[in-house]
Design a protein around this ligand. Structure first.
Ligand code: UDP
Ligand code: MG
Length: 168
């Protein structure tokens, strides 16, 4: 079984409902290690890049507002990179189905998610769904120096006369 990395986000509804501790406890059931963690104020650019695969969906604009925190007036997201064998599926199993109504009630989304009156799934967490998505998402949300393991190739560039590592 391959060692994988996966990006987890506690979305603004998860933060405002004070679910951070519960969610991290539930995720610890997967017996993985955390190799990156931070709070992020989500720009429109970051939100649109993260959800680029959904840009033609009718709920796209609302989804962008949601992940930026506009709906909850709380402009932050908690971001984590978990690593371990089969990490992507293990985390998705604990997180549950995208639709909180369809999600197993013992999963995180089944327990804490809801569907808004306009139809957006407020499902409290994001979790990467494939190794390709995980790599794209981790490189989007984290700099190499913010990850405590060497997970993807990097290269050195000079920015404002300072040597900096960026994803290769
Ligand atoms: N989403 C939604 N309605 C849908 C599908 C998705 O509101 O019919 C939202 C939901 O918040 C979901 C996010 O868009 O988590 C990203 O959708 P994706 O299909 O990638 O689901 P995920 O990978 O998050 O389970
Ligand atoms: Mg997805």
């Amino acid at each position: 079984m391959a060692v994988e990395q996966t990006l987890i986000l506690i979305k603004p509804d998860g933060l405002i409902k004070s679910l951070t501790g519960n969610i991290l406890s539930r995720l610890s059931e997967a017996k993985l290690i955390i190799v990156g963690a931070k709070m992020v104020r989500v720009s429109r650019k970051l939100a649109e890049e993260h959800y680029e695969h959904l840009k033609d969906k009718p709920f796209f604009n609302e989804l962008i507002d949601y992940i930026m925190g506009q709906q909850h007036n709380t402009f932050r997201v908690a971001a984590f990179v978990y690593q371990g064998e089969n990490a992507i599926k293990k985390i998705r199993d604990v997180v549950g189905d995208t639709d909180p109504e369809k999600a197993n009630p013992v999963s995180i989304r089944g327990a804490y998610g809801r569907i808004t009156t306009s139809g957006v799934y407020e499902n409290v967490v994001h979790a990467s769904s494939s190794p390709e998505d995980a790599e794209k998402e981790i490189k989007l949300w984290f700099k190499p120096e913010e990850i405590v393991e060497d997970i993807y190739p990097t290269k050195e560039v000079v920015l404002n006369n300072v040597k900096t590592l960026v994803w290769a």
